[in-house]
Design a binder for this molecule. Sequence first.
Ligand code: CTP
Length: 417
Amino acid sequence: MAVPRELAENAANKPKVVLGVGGGIAAYKACEVLRGLTESGHDVRVVPTEAALNFVGAATFEALSGHPVHTGVFTEVPEVQHVRVGKGADLVLVVPATANLLAKAAHGLADDLLTNTLLTARCPVAFFPAMHTEMWEHPATRDNVALLRSRGLVVTEPAAGRLTGKDTGKGRLADPREIVDLARLLLAAPDSLPRDLEGRRVVISAGGTREPLDPVRYLGNRSSGKQGYALARVAVHRGAEVTLIAAHTVELPDPAGASVTHVSTAQELREAVHAAAVDADVVVMAAAVADFRPAGVAPHKIKKSDDQPDPVITLDRNADILTELVRDRRPGQLIVGFAAETGDEHGSVLDHARAKLKRKGADLLVVNAVGDGKAFEVEDNSGWLLGTDGTETPIPLGAKAQLAAAVWDEVAALSQD
Ligand code: CTP
């Protein structure tokens, strides 16, 4: 097949991703992952299993990737593909990873191009499982997953929800957007997903609260929720038991493997966070919580009128949840706050952040500079981590998952102290 020119151009400078595709119904979602990766500047080579081609034809993968597609080791033999593909990769993803593929990978079987590639790859490898709940929970699969993880390979948790038929349960493929985000993270920071949060219970709040004025209107803020969701995803990949308390976000998929409670107002968020924090080891307040709410909610839509004066909105103060968490924390519990700051005539971003860390009493404060298109509604983020011992660690501009990994590195280090 001819390679589309725009894909072939600069392919040499692009990160090389091998996208292994297993033979499950979720194979069609591998096309979305492929699209997401090529559009974000990756050179992707698809290596399906023979079974995967029952679900998606080779022509689709060839057209979307711009590379020929083979399943076996007996094509293009002089090029020694079964070694070359794996050795040349910067990242290998397996989407979806079936129970069969996980078993073969765990035991080093190599009977097709994909399984050979898994043995020759020396780059990060991540499996995204999709199968029926019974298969995922079977002791054989559990053991294979544990073995792969013990070797430093990433095996993500599947999502819960609708499966192939009418049944629901754990075993759905993670959302393709999550997979693309994780790929970016592993390429930028290959060591960012150690299983160092295993057995830890973490609670993360995310998104922006909405305080109703009347049945139609609310006071809200510009938080997209992306940073909090990235924190939840990375924590799941690092082995934590994650509860995500999600206020309003741009449309984001629930992170696979996390338990998610959706809330709207600051008061609902407060109740949900406190309930979840009771037995948590770590609580991260990434949500943008409204400091004030309208003193009363009009039961009907507020109308304008030429005969009446314009309405004046009186605000009541909302509780500061972070301060309450610090006050009520149990021994050993770590509390992490966020601060979105702008510099002004009273001080720089860091001056305000240092004062906030002291005022709120958190163990760690993640500081983002906001304004001028920074932090809100964008994909990348940068900032600082402020510790109570005066440490100030800059976090360079990168994907929100990278900032999340830096936060968990610090949390893991603090947990060992
Ligand atoms: N926060 C909270 N409850 C609130 C307001 C904020 O728990 N009612 C938390 C946020 O989730 C964040 C931290 O406090 O982790 C700092 O939020 P920020 O809005 O930067 O600080 P404020 O306390 O609201 O201070 P100000 O807006 O005056 O800078």
